[in-house]
Design a binder for this molecule. Structure first.
Ligand SMILES: C[S@@+](CC[C@H](N)C(=O)[O-])C[C@H]1O[C@@H](n2cnc3c(N)ncnc32)[C@H](O)[C@@H]1O
Length: 269
């Protein structure tokens, strides 16, 4: 630590400031601190090391997911690791009151519950879009197939009943609106500016590009774009989400933080 260093002690962790740069010292209840959002401190597990530098100004409040909703999210079927769920919540928690959070890829509602927890506290609303027939990689024979979400009547996937039940059990139906349809189709007629867009739909190249094309321009100036499953190294995972992350940077979005494979970007006003 240099002479310009200072520390902020919070109940579960210690953040340091060195030459105006925040630096991780400790661990929250959920893991190491990873990011700071809009001048507010967000706690999440990130797989980072204590002492790793992170960008952004340090100040006041700490956000943690409501315990009951966190339990509900953890219990739901889905593809959102715990630390990334906390990061998703923390990013969404900073949307302005009256703002709109748009999710591409509801599946059974795991990530939707994290977004709903944030929306409720922020005074925002969530719209989540999915056709509920599964992505290419969810179909039988693929790695991410779950036979329990197949409708025995038709043999097709149908995750909508799981989503409805999970949101009902979590008690978040008042802040979440479901849109059932193809994301690129819905994005074509959508007109409301989006405060936070979370892209977690199909991970085939054509689908990720179509989702970006259909939705990225709806992010309001100053709004936030989150992309899930961004793996720069092909050995870690498919490249399509990484490609749309690069496309977003080309389009002027600025990376704010990352937690695991979740990237948070800002649309510069
Ligand atoms: C990776 S899963 C979403 C996981 C979810 N966010 C979670 O936290 O568990 C991707 C979802 O995108 C949906 N999807 C894929 N392509 C789509 C499309 N063109 N239109 C609508 N939904 C689509 C699939 O049905 C699937 O439920």
């Amino acid at each position: 630590m240099t002479e310009s260093s200072s520390t902020v002690r919070l109940p579960q962790l210690t953040i340091g400031v060195e030459n105006d740069q925040p630096i991780i010292f400790g661990w929250s209840a959920y893991g190491p601190v990873s990011a700071l959002f809009h001048g507010r401190l967000a706690i999440m597990a990130c797989g980072g090391e204590p002492g790793r530098r992170i960008d952004g100004p340090v100040s006041g409040s700490t956000y943690l997911v409501d315990k009951g909703l966190r339990r509900a999210a953890l219990a739901a079927k889905g593809f959102m690791p715990e630390d990334e769920g906390d990061a998703l919540y923390a990013a969404a928690r900073t949307v302005p009151a009256g703002g709109l959070i748009l999710e591409v890829g509801s599946y059974c509602g795991k990530s939707t519950i994290y977004l709903a927890a944030a929306a409720r506290e922020a005074g925002a609303q969530v719209v989540t879009v999915d056709h509920h027939r599964g992505s290419d990689e969810n179909q039988a024979g693929w790695e991410h197939h779950d036979p329990t979400v197949v409708d025995p009547r038709t043999g097709r996937m149908d995750t909508l009943p799981f989503l409805r039940r999970n949101l009902e059990d979590a008690g978040v139906e008042d802040v979440v609106t479901l849109v059932i349809g193809r994301t690129e189709q819905v994005g074509g007629w959508w007109t409301t500016p989006v405060s936070l867009l979370f892209i977690d739909g199909g991970h085939a190249e054509y689908q990720a590009q179509a989702d970006y094309e259909a939705w990225a321009h709806h992010v309001a100036p100053g709004g936030t774009l989150l992309i899930h499953d961004v793996f720069p190294d092909p050995a870690d995972g498919g490249q399509a989400p990484y490609h749309i992350f690069l496309r977003a940077l080309d389009d002027g979005f600025k990376e704010r933080s990352r937690t695991g494979s979740l990237r948070v970007l800002d649309r510069v006003p």
